[in-house]
Write a protein that binds this ligand. Sequence first.
Ligand SMILES: C[S@@+](CC[C@H](N)C(=O)[O-])C[C@H]1O[C@@H](n2cnc3c(N)ncnc32)[C@H](O)[C@@H]1O
Length: 282
Amino acid sequence: MDINQSAKERLGYPTQKPEALLDRIVLASSREGDTVLDPFCGCGTAVTVAQRLGRRWIGIDVIHLAISLIKARLADAFGDAIAKTYKVIGEPVDLSGARALAELDRYQFQYWALGLVGARPTPADQKKGADQGIDGRLYFHDDAAESGKTKQILFSVKSGKADVTHLRDLRGVIDREDADLGVLITLQEPTGPMRVEATSAGFYASPWGTNHPRLQIRTVAEMLAGQGIDMPPSRDLRTFKKAPKAKGKGKAERPDYSILPFMGLRDDPTTAPSAGETGATS
Ligand SMILES: C[S@@+](CC[C@H](N)C(=O)[O-])C[C@H]1O[C@@H](n2cnc3c(N)ncnc32)[C@H](O)[C@@H]1O
C-alpha cells in the first residue's frame, strides 16, 4: 500500500507508507507503553505513529539522509523538545568520528554534515546535471509578506583537502543560481586565502536590516560545537517538506546511499523530556 501522491504527510521518500496504515498495525498489535521496532525505518512513519499513540519505539536505518528526515519529521509533528526524549546511536559526535565517517563513505559524511545545519542534500544523480557543484540547499523566507520570495543558501561539502578554488567555484555557483548565500562545509581548517576569498564576497542584506556574509566557511568542528549559519531570521524554514502536526496522545506544540548503522531509541513517550537524555555514539 503506497501513500497518495498528494497526501499532506508525503515527504518525498519513495517508499513512504501512509500513517493511517501504520495506525491500524500499531493499534492492532500493541498497547500503550509497548515498544514498536521498525528495523528499516526510512522517513520514520512507524516511529511517528508510535510516538503519537503513546508507544515507546526503536527505529533503525543505514542512511544518514533517513536520520535527518526523521529528526525533522518528529520536530515538525511534536515540537523541538522531542529531540530531548530520544537517543541517536551511530552518528559522529566528535571530529574523529566525523573523519572516520568521511573515510568510510564521503556521501554519508555529506548527508550527516548537511543535517547538522538542517540543509537538504542534493541527490547524487542530480549533481551531474542542473545541480552541478551543489551538495545541499537550505531555504528561508525573510520577507514579512506571506507571498515573499523564497531565498536559498547553497552548500558545498569537502571531506578531503579544501582550498581557495573550491570557494571560488561555490561563488560562481551562487551567481549562476541567483542564490543569496553560500556555505562551504569543510573537515579541515580553512587556509588564509580561503578566508580572504570568503570576506571579499560581501554581504547579503536582509529586509530586517541585518547583514550576513554572502560566502561562509564552517568547519565540522565549529558545527559540532553548535555554530550554525549566519543567516537572517526566517519566518518559515522549509528545507525538508514539512510533516503535518501530530494530533492526539503524543502531541506537542507544532508541527541511492550506502552502509552505516542508525538507531533511534525513544525512552518513554509518556514522560516530559528531561535534560541529558539525548546522546549518540560514533
Ligand atoms: C522501504 S524503506 C522504509 C520506508 C518506511 N516504511 C516509511 O514509510 O518511511 C527501507 C529503508 O530500509 C533501509 N535499509 C536498507 N537496508 C538496511 C539495513 N541493512 N539495516 C537498516 N536499514 C536498512 C533503507 O535505507 C530504507 O530507508
